[in-house]
Design a protein around this ligand. Structure first.
Ligand code: F6P
Length: 461
């Protein structure tokens, strides 16, 4: 079996017990590397003026190779082009994109640097799998160095329509680089259709079936590979932690109130501000629920060097203070707001206690929190998932209460509906959602993608 070489900006090294680091990409990539020898290459998380040779960590089967990047490269590549241009545009926030020519140069330079450092580690029959928007041009840089391997690319975040993609300065160069991959994987059919339209309408590619594409001398394939989760594993984790210390402390602090929970990286795409407005509207319209609910928003800080993230941090904190000040009493705090990171165990246990899971991003590639919330529930007395229509997960979890996160009245109404939902309806919705999770287990994502990338299959183009 060929070796799998995974390349991503962040590399998630498991902890001492062998548990993968939390986070969608980390868990899903680890599951794909389960059954084969592999190498995982990426950024070490450190900067250095003169990066030393990459550090290697070999656990016998899987080898992690990590490189530092120069401070200026990090600034231009990660804080600049990747997270101030690609991230907002791919999340439909063209208004937030801050393009600088120097950042694009830094982005291309780091992709060249990764290719240069990775090159000597690649064998001829390795399968290469590149992840996410940080590394779109990596295949170009590898091909230029003579690597003829099968190379696949997976985008974990959304792919907007061509009209928005065309707002990206130098979009032909940046997005056209995707044609150097043999297979491009996206989260949903909608994402595939958006990229397909961009390729044909803007770049002039041709395709007779919306799956196999020709652009100049390149042939490649697009496909939807929605990331799943280990539903049984997460359910068991939630069950095991249901009697743990955290569940006990949180449970008793609720004093019988219904728990609403949101778990998001502190990012403007997650719609935390809109969600808080929906909660405020709910409290405004429904005084009968005052003192009977408690909303816990967990939002670990993220990308905190970037101005838009500093702003969202301040705006959410201010809104939390406003809501608690406006509705709270000496004996009831309507909203608990926590910036610290929690372990997978703690998240599973909190989710199981929560009567409502609020997952209302303004735009999200998939959102595995939604899936984990469903998996964590007690099937005999499950909570209700309120899910944004703009999360990739909504294409699968249609038994959730689907909402438009921009509509605070709709959010308020969904909260009331979820709080009043009879047990039979909660069970039926939960069962339908749980079956969806079982039908798309985490392992299938990697297996399906690798199968599609193998020559026999891709040779059909
Ligand atoms: O959603 C895309 C993603 O790259 C995830 O894989 C990851 O959890 C998240 O963004 C973290 O972003 P960063 O690496 O910038 O902290």
């Amino acid at each position: 079996m060929s070796r799998l070489v995974v390349i991503s900006n962040r590399v998630a090294i498991p902890d001492e017990q062998g548990h993968p680091a939390p986070g969608g990409l980390a868990v899903a990539v680890h599951a794909s590397l389960q059954d084969r020898a592999g190498l995982w290459f990426g950024w070490s998380g450190q900067v250095a003026e003169a990066p030393a040779a990459p550090a290697t960590l070999d656990d016998g089967r899987l080898c992690y190779v990590l490189t530092d990047v120069r401070p200026q490269d990090f600034q231009e590549y990660y804080n600049g082009f990747a997270n101030r241009v690609l991230w907002p545009i791919l999340h439909y926030r063209v208004d937030l994109a801050e393009f600088k020519e120097a950042d694009l140069k830094g982005y291309l330079r780091v992709n060249e640097f990764f290719a240069e450092r990775l090159g000597p580690l690649i064998a001829e029959d390795d399968i290469l799998w590149v992840h996410d928007y940080h590394l779109i041009p990596l295949a170009v840089a590898l091909r230029a160095r003579g690597h003829g391997n099968r190379i696949g690319f997976f985008l974990h975040i959304p792919m907007p329509p061509p009209e928005l993609l065309a707002t990206l300065p130098h979009h032909r160069e940046v997005l056209g680089a995707l044609s150097e991959y043999n297979l491009i994987g996206l989260q949903t059919a909608g994402d595939v259709s958006n990229l397909g339209r961009y390729l044909t309408q803007v770049l002039g590619a041709s395709s007779s079936d919306g799956e196999h594409y020709h652009l100049g001398s390149q042939h490649f394939r697009l496909g939807a590979f929605p990331v799943g989760i280990d539903a049984e594993g997460f359910r068991k984790l939630a069950e095991q932690t249901a009697d743990g210390a955290l569940a006990e402390a949180l449970g008793s602090s609720l004093e019988g109130r219904a728990l609403l929970v949101g778990v998001d990286r502190l990012d403007y795409s997650k719609g935390i501000g809109n969600r808080l407005e929906g909660y405020e509207r709910f409290l405004e319209l429904h005084p009968e629920w005052h003192g009977r609910v408690s909303y816990l928003q967990i939002a670990p800080s993220s990308r905190s060097d970037i101005p838009e993230y500093i702003e969202i941090d301040a705006a959410v904190s201010a809104k939390v203070g406003h809501i608690n000040g406006r509705f709270g009493t000496a004996s009831w705090v309507p909203l608990r707001y926590v910036n610290r990171n929690h372990s997978r165990e703690d998240i599973a246990s909190i989710m199981r206690l929560a009567r409502i899971g609020l997952v209302t991003p303004l735009r999200d590639g998939m959102n595995l929190v939604a899936k984990e919330y469903v998996a964590a529930q007690n099937p005999a007395d499950p909570g209700v998932l309120i899910l944004s229509q703009f999360a990739g997960a909504a294409a699968e979890l249609d038994a959730a209460l689907i909402v438009n996160p921009h509509d605070r009245d709709a959010l308020a109404e969904a909260l009331v509906r979820a709080l009043q939902m009879p047990l039979a309806e909660r069970c039926a919705r939960h069962q339908a959602s749980y079956e969806v999770l079982l039908a798309n287990p985490i392992g299938s994502w990697g297996t399906n993608f690798i199968e599609a990338l193998m020559p026999a299959e891709v040779g059909l183009v």
